[in-house]
Design a protein around this ligand. Structure first.
Ligand SMILES: [Zn+2]
Length: 426
């Protein structure tokens, strides 16, 4: 092993992961409570107790909202190191059940199909999931085909916790690092992971979410996003007597939709291409309501999309009469790249750490939003790191133990690289 490599306690990491996935922490967007489900309190409390027993400082669990915070003190006197944060979420997606997860280890995977469940049968196959082919000889954690696994994001939680265990141990105290802030958050999957996030308690200069997939993934670009509601007022008359009098709201909605660029729709776009997406339309001749989302990675193109959208509304209001269409449009979130750009050392440092553990940085724009994006705009620049999990939000979810170990080492390597301060921008 290279001199600068750090040994991660694989057994402890795996044991933690298997323990955390036994908690049912599925979030639910319909409850209107924070956290959205009671199960998240149970895991939050358990994580806080564990951090106490590891010797972390300022361990605090928000008993109302199920956030957990803790701190690992700097071990360098007079350190210039920035305060670095690591964040993972404790909830799981509501796409598939996360109750009674029965994980199974596939040791030295042979590259063949894996029967998750005889009933069905439910089969995890490399033909359907080509990423599997890259894991021959490695150890996988798979489901029994009836639930998701919860590697999203309990792999991230276990990796942060195992980093804490190392840095707080006698052996780990020899690894130089600055102050490290930790947080575990609820309800990320329903877009509310930052709703009650206490930035001043967390008190970091920069942070990483540990919530990505394959080893090497490093995400710091996402969409700019807006949502729009159109209320279209028609004029209903008896159809037999409608000539020159009826104004059909649903047909005006069709006309509006037909004015949007036909190629700028989700099914025709990828990478950094943006789109207009009609999410819901309901109505009658008398009144029709449409909901749209607008997305673009490029801020200027995003603004252009919104302007064009408004112009279409104005055109139809001139054609059919003022007030025919009422438009409400609001920005939802912005591309975090704007906030990361002044701190590109976060990306350079993570890339170096990924290479140190033998990985290759995989940087792709996210076609969605992240908690890190919201935190970045709250003033805490927060890119996203890999965990070693795959096929999220599905019964075919799996984690690769070797990649989890490497992802955990990446966290420690990043902390070590910041021990002497923020590297100067090249
Ligand atoms: Zn996640």
């Amino acid at each position: 092993m290279e001199e600068n490599r750090i040994v991660i306690d694989r057994g402890a990491l795996l044991e933690r992961f298997l323990h955390y996935v036994s908690f049912d922490t599925q979030s639910d967007e319909h409850t209107n409570t924070s956290p959205s489900t009671a199960g998240q309190h149970v895991l939050a409390k358990c994580l806080a107790d564990e951090l106490q027993s590891l010797g972390a400082q300022d361990v605090w669990v928000d008993a109302e909202h199920a956030y957990v915070y803790a701190r690992i003190p700097a071990n360098q006197a007079g350190s210039k190191a920035p305060k670095l944060g690591f964040i993972a979420h404790i909830d799981t997606s509501d796409a598939v059940s996360g109750k009674d997860v029965r994980p199974r280890l596939v040791e030295s995977y042979d590259g063949a199909e894996i029967t998750l469940n005889e009933e069905g049968p439910v089969i995890l196959s490399p033909a359907e999931f080509p990423s599997l082919s890259g894991h021959t000889g490695q150890t996988l954690v798979v489901t029994d085909g009836t639930t998701l696994l919860g590697a999203d994001d309990k792999a991230g939680v276990a990796e942060i916790m195992t980093m804490a265990q190392l840095l707080l141990s006698d052996e780990g105290r020899k690894i130089p690092h600055g102050e490290i802030a930790l947080a575990f958050t609820p309800d990320e999957e329903i877009g509310e992971g930052t709703k009650h996030f206490d930035l001043s308690r967390f008190d970091a200069d920069f942070a990483y979410t540990v919530d990505g997939g394959a080893l090497g993934e490093l995400e710091y670009e996402c969409f700019n996003a807006a949502e729009a509601e159109l209320i279209i007022h028609g004029r209903s008359t008896h159809p037999g007597d409608a000539k020159g009098r009826m104004r059909h709201a649903t047909l005006i909605a069709y006309e509006f939709e037909s004015m949007l660029p036909p190629n700028e729709k989700p099914m025709y776009t990828e990478g950094r291409e943006g789109f207009y997406h009609l999410t819901l339309m309901k109505g009658t001749c008398d009144m029709t309501v449409c909901y749209y989302i607008l997305r673009d990675h490029d801020r200027a193109l995003f603004e252009q999309k919104k302007t064009y959208f408004r112009e279409c509304v104005e055109f139809l209001n001139r054609k059919y009469g003022a007030g025919t269409i009422e438009l409400t449009m609001e920005d939802s979130y912005y591309n975090m790249l704007e906030q990361i750009k002044p701190h590109m050392h976060l990306i350079r440092t993570a890339e170096a750490a990924i290479r140190t553990v033998g990985g290759t940085p995989l940087e792709r724009p996210i076609r969605g939003g992240t908690d890190g994006a919201r935190l970045s705009f709250m003033g805490l620049p927060t890119p996203n790191l890999c965990t070693g999990g795959y096929n999220y939000h599905s019964r075919f979810e799996y984690a690769v133990v070797e990649e989890m170990v490497a992802s955990c080492e990446i966290l420690v390597q990043i902390a070590r690289r910041y021990a002497k301060g923020v590297p100067a921008d090249e």
